[in-house]
Ligand binder design. Sequence first.
Ligand SMILES: [Zn+2]
Length: 96
Amino acid sequence: MGSAEVGGGGECRDCNDVLGFVWLYLDHEAPPTTCEELEAHLLECEHCQRAVRFDRRFKQLVRRCADSPEPVPTTVVESLRIRVERTILRGNTSPS
Ligand SMILES: [Zn+2]
């Protein structure tokens, strides 16, 4: 599902590791050592920085929309994700 093509550089194996842990990281469920490695990588990888920023904003949005105690359906999450992605790509960052 490689849709996001980021120019410059090549594929970084670390990136795949980092991106696989982003959600755990944001949920504070990743092991401390993993968090450290992740943060160290983020310092020098703009690609992952952007991904983390994206996921963090996406999570906030989902949380804001999910007022009900029931889990958000996957379809809703998917459509939200697309909307957030579009907003971020447009650079439309409205301060809350
Ligand atoms: Zn990276």
